[in-house]
Design a protein around this ligand. Structure first.
Ligand SMILES: [Fe+2]
Ligand SMILES: [Fe+2]
Length: 223
């Protein structure tokens, strides 16, 4: 795995998880995004904190929406707690860096993926789980892309998040296969559509900088 250190069994698992994530995504993070993120760390961390909170909220939303699905509820309950711990960790880092917490506008990325969700079941559930898998995979890929360029403390923290997000990606993908009752070919075809949309959001010019924003557009706007 490029740019990150792996050693021992944990390191091998991490490398395997990252390989799976990278082959799942149709486009890598543009280098121009990494260069910008390094220069805008307070904004990156602020939006990262929001992303962790939204990840917890997504898991809770699935519990509210599908309370009869025991396997799903069990996984989501655990996942929501884990994401809230990540949120607390990022907030602590922001405090240590004396960055005041503030509300940010929603990113193009999550909003566009949400607009793509189909209505009606089980298509809605399938899309929610596939989109969640994509967001987790992208988060993992971005942690790995930016970690080598970060100060030591932040680098250690981001590398520690890699394995969690890789596991979340695998869990959402597995749930999409087991919980929706869709045929394998239908699920694969839909996944392909969402993967292409996600990749387009990552490589196309984006006027706003966020944790999941696209390629920095010329004249990238302020926070
Ligand atoms: Fe997380
Ligand atoms: Fe996650």
């Amino acid at each position: 795995m490029s740019g990150t250190q792996t050693s021992g069994r944990g390191g091998t698992d991490l490398a395997n998880g990252l390989d799976a994530v990278r082959s799942f995504l149709l486009a890598p993070t543009p280098q121009s995004w990494v260069d910008t993120a390094v220069e805008r760390l307070p904004e990156l961390l602020l939006d990262h904190a929001n992303c962790e909170l939204k990840a917890a909220s997504t898991a809770l939303g699935l519990i509210y929406r599908y309370p009869e699905r025991s396997a799903l509820v069990h996984r989501m309950s655990r996942l929501a707690r884990e994401e809230l711990r990540h949120f607390e960790q990022v907030r602590r880092i922001l405090q240590d860096m004396c960055v005041p917490f503030e509300r940010l506008s929603a990113s193009r990325y999550a909003g566009t993926l949400r607009e793509a969700l189909r209505r009606g079941e089980p298509q809605r559930l399938a899309d929610l789980l596939l989109v969640a898998a994509l967001i987790e995979a992208r988060s993992c890929e971005r942690f790995a892309a930016i970690a080598p360029r970060l100060p030591d403390t932040l680098q250690t923290f981001y590398l520690s998040l890699l394995s969690s997000e890789a596991r979340h990606f695998e869990e959402y993908l597995a749930l999409a296969r087991t919980e929706c009752g869709l045929a394998g070919e239908e699920l694969t075809a839909r996944l392909g559509e969402l993967q292409r949309l996600e990749a387009e959001l990552i490589v196309s010019p984006d006027p706003q900088f966020r944790f999941h924003s696209g390629a920095p557009q010329k004249g990238f706007g302020p926070i």
